[in-house]
Design a binder for this molecule. Sequence first.
Ligand code: AMP
Ligand code: MG
Length: 479
Amino acid sequence: METAGFRFDNTYTRLPGVFFSRVAAEKVGAPAIVAFNAPLAREMGLDAVALDSPLGAGFFSGNAVPPGADPVAQAYAGHQFGHFTVLGDGRALLLGEHVGTGGVRRDVQLKGSGRTPYSRRGDGRAALGPMLREHIMGEAMHALGIPTTRSLAVAATGEVVERDEPLPGAVLVRVAASHIRVGTFEFASLTRDVGNLRALVDYTVQRHFPECAGAACPALAMLGEAVRRQAALVAKWMGVGFIHGVMNTDNMALSGETIDYGPCAFLDTYDPGAVFSSIDRHGRYAYGNQPSIAHWNLARLAEALLPLFDGDGEKAVETAKEALGIFPEEFRARWLEVMGAKLGLAEPGGDDEKLIGDYLEWMHREGVDFTNGFRSLDPGAQAAPAGLGDWWARWLARISEQPGGEQRAQGLMRRANPFVIPRNHRVEEALAAAAQGDFSVMRELMEVLADPFSETERSRTYAVPPLDGGRGHRTFCGT
Ligand code: AMP
Ligand code: MG
């Protein structure tokens, strides 16, 4: 059978059986590829030409199982808006791990492939709009240099899914370093069998943290690394104004990749309290809360791992606290690097936190667009923007004292401050056109987003903020 370059291994299925259920995808009526990521396919060592075809549509929709795949739904639990729940892949199937060019192992998952034992009351399906949205957002984040799961393809199913209204159905083919979540450890802990927990830790260490394998306590070493990766990831989100929107523990991947693009959105006008998700009524996942929520989620990971830290419960808690305690400092250091680069500072430190903070405060006070407020900053400009007061002079003095001076700063800023981001109104416009069968708007948007640091004739209109500064924007989970 034609494999189109897929080479599957299925190590996840060698974990204890509680961690997954073997399930077949539901067949769909009229599979058709509506978005295909040929560059990613090539990067994975897949045959992009063979896949962009009815054969690929069969694989991507779940109608055909690629040779070597062993589809499973993964079990997990999680804290959703602070409340513990038992979950699992209710509408997704892990086909397996494709081992591609250079031996790089990546999960290939179908999202929207039908019911599983974890579906609860859901139909196991996904609508086209939210799957295309994840396709656009994931690729935009990747181009911005932010670790993320990616979309290999979106296949329309030809079926109707019933939401508030009947919608066209689709399957997203998601590619990830893995789908191991904080919630996967919470699930392991829930089984009250330390053997399950140990098996999951060993597996995760082998896949993502091989350097921790030789540690006196691999689980503790893994927690430390997970803390560092999440701190680095959230700092990068903050640097581009990304709001994940639903940072439940089941939506936090151990790999350190951004995962589960539901109601996410990007800031237009800078506001640390910005919330777009219609279900986030209390602003738990507001832009400015993301670092402390990441810390909170990591505490849930640490809790799940407690039995592996020490036989003595109190000592285990002390150990966990110590490991978690590095998060604020770690985040602050990464944030300083990210935000410092946005102001052209090669080695931020000292008073720079205040310099950055004062600029953000000015942006907030003046209602400045986050992306453009940084991108348009130019140390060579003749005059300071109105209302910046003495900040401008302080900034210029700081830049001129660093080696390489203004020129170095400008170079750094060009690479740190994107010219285009997936602005919510442009994404919505692309999705609205796609819903009418016109994919050209989405295609052009994605071409521009693939090169976010360049200002071009074409990208200029994509840098224009919405008239209301994005304040009225609402996003939905779309499940
Ligand atoms: P999410 O909001 O996508 O992170 O999903 C949260 C949980 O709900 C996960 O366990 C999903 O598998 C499940 N879920 C979401 N949508 C559906 C659906 N249409 N059918 C079944 N389960 C779903
Ligand atoms: Mg999720």
